[in-house]
Design a protein around this ligand. Structure first.
Ligand code: CMP
Length: 141
């Protein structure tokens, strides 16, 4: 399986709680490489665009409000079969249903405040990585 990548966000709840370093450590200890990273405070328009696929869902406006409540850390995470393996590392969307030892189980508080985002397909990883990073900001490590 060739190396691939996914896009993660460490969400405002986890950043504000001081969990950024521990979450990055989990990611690196699982064998992934960080190949781009930045901290940003999203505007409503940017968060709405990022989550546009959920626009019709009942939780959309709360999600946008939460994702703009403080800075997030965005990162491109690279490794073999990155999208699928990273989703295993972070666990189920709802931390209450996430497996023991997963990032959402360890650091998530609720289905909305679930500590991290991970792309759900390679096509979305491409789109989401391009949303946050230019080619100059990404590395072939
Ligand atoms: P994420 O992986 O960032 O992708 C979409 C986000 O929407 C998801 O994590 C959750 O934070 C949020 N979400 C998904 N389902 C619900 C729900 N039923 N109620 C509130 N938020 C949700």
């Amino acid at each position: 399986m060739p190396s691939s990548f996914t896009l993660t966000l460490i969400k405002p709840d986890a950043v504000a709680a001081g969990h950024t370093g521990k979450i990055l450590q989990h990611i690196c200890q699982a064998g992934f490489r960080i190949t781009a990273m930045k901290m940003v405070h999203l505007s409503e328009q940017q968060a709405g665009q990022f989550y546009a696929v959920h626009r019709e869902r009942p939780f959309y406006s709360d999600l946008v409000r939460f994702m703009t409540s403080g800075p997030v850390v965005a990162a491109v995470v690279s490794g073999e079969n990155a999208v699928e393996r990273f989703r295993e590392l972070i666990g189920a969307t709802n931390p209450a249903q996430a497996a023991e030892g997963t990032i959402r189980k360890l650091f998530g508080q609720s289905v909305e405040r679930n500590a991290v985002h991970g792309s759900d397909s390679e096509a979305n990883a491409e789109r989401e990585a391009a949303f946050f990073f230019s080619e100059l900001e990404r590395f072939n490590l």
